[in-house]
Design a protein around this ligand. Structure first.
Ligand SMILES: C[S@@+](CC[C@H](N)C(=O)[O-])C[C@H]1O[C@@H](n2cnc3c(N)ncnc32)[C@H](O)[C@@H]1O
Length: 219
């Protein structure tokens, strides 16, 4: 179970949700675009349209534009506000085969019965304290042989976010994550840097590299 400060984090995401897509945040659109391209590559690796579980889906800026490539998309988030915006965005794009699910896999909530071809976690793991326990839980939503797609910031000095409340990790080490996944019976398909966010810090632009790990659960 995550500490109480994470409840405040959820409430902050609830408040921010309606303004998230329109926020004049120059790095956010570029990051979403890089994440979308990376996730599209995962989807394209399937012979038939896969089912996608987008954990920490936010407003759907990454996954919803890929809906035509998927058999279905389940947007999962702990924030009701984010899910409401996700559903609104899906409706305005005229998408069916899209549903939402409020769930916090960092806690002990029951795992839903559906199994998916891909579980994607984009920029959400740094909010989760116990990553090995999270990997066990997210693995349960994958069908046997399913694919995990993980995107997050590489280790940083704590300056990536303007406000670090609800941030459990100042970035994550992709090599360590790959080792953990291999220890759980995943094959690493690739682990690579897909983007670098640039933010103004102390009078200059500071780079924050972003990694993408794709891992397949052994049958
Ligand atoms: C930085 S946003 C990323 C949104 C989206 N994945 C993207 O790449 O645009 C992080 C999202 O993770 C959600 N989140 C944070 N902690 C979570 C948790 N423990 N369980 C589920 N969702 C969580 C937040 O509500 C928010 O929507």
């Amino acid at each position: 179970m995550q500490p109480d400060s994470f409840k405040a984090d959820r409430e902050r995401f609830d408040r921010d949700a309606a303004l998230w897509d329109g926020c004049p945040n120059p790095h956010r659109a570029a990051l979403a675009s890089a994440c979308r391209e990376a996730l599209a590559g995962v989807i394209e690796g399937f012979a038939t349209s896969p089912s996608l579980f987008d954990y920490g889906c936010g407003t759907g800026a990454v996954s919803l534009p890929l809906a035509q490539m998927c058999a279905s998309i389940t947007g999962c988030d702990f924030s009701e506000g984010m899910l409401a915006q996700f559903a609104k965005n899906a409706a305005s794009l005229g998408l069916d085969r899209v549903r939402t699910l409020q769930l916090d896999l960092s806690g002990e909530a029951p795992i839903p019965p559906e199994r998916y071809d891909i579980a994607h976690c984009g920029m959400v793991m740094h909010h989760i304290v116990d990553i090995p326990a999270f990997f066990c839980r997210i693995s349960e939503v994958l069908r046997h042989g399913g694919t995990l797609s993980l995107i997050d910031a590489e280790p940083e000095d704590g300056s990536f976010h303007d406000d670090n409340s609800g941030v459990a990790h100042y970035g994550l080490n992709p090599d360590q994550l790959c080792q953990q996944l291999e220890g759980m019976g995943y094959d690493i398909i690739h682990s690579r840097r897909i983007h670098t966010v640039e933010k103004p810090r102390a009078g200059q632009m500071k780079p924050y590299p972003i990694f993408h790990i794709v891992a397949r659960m052994q049958d």
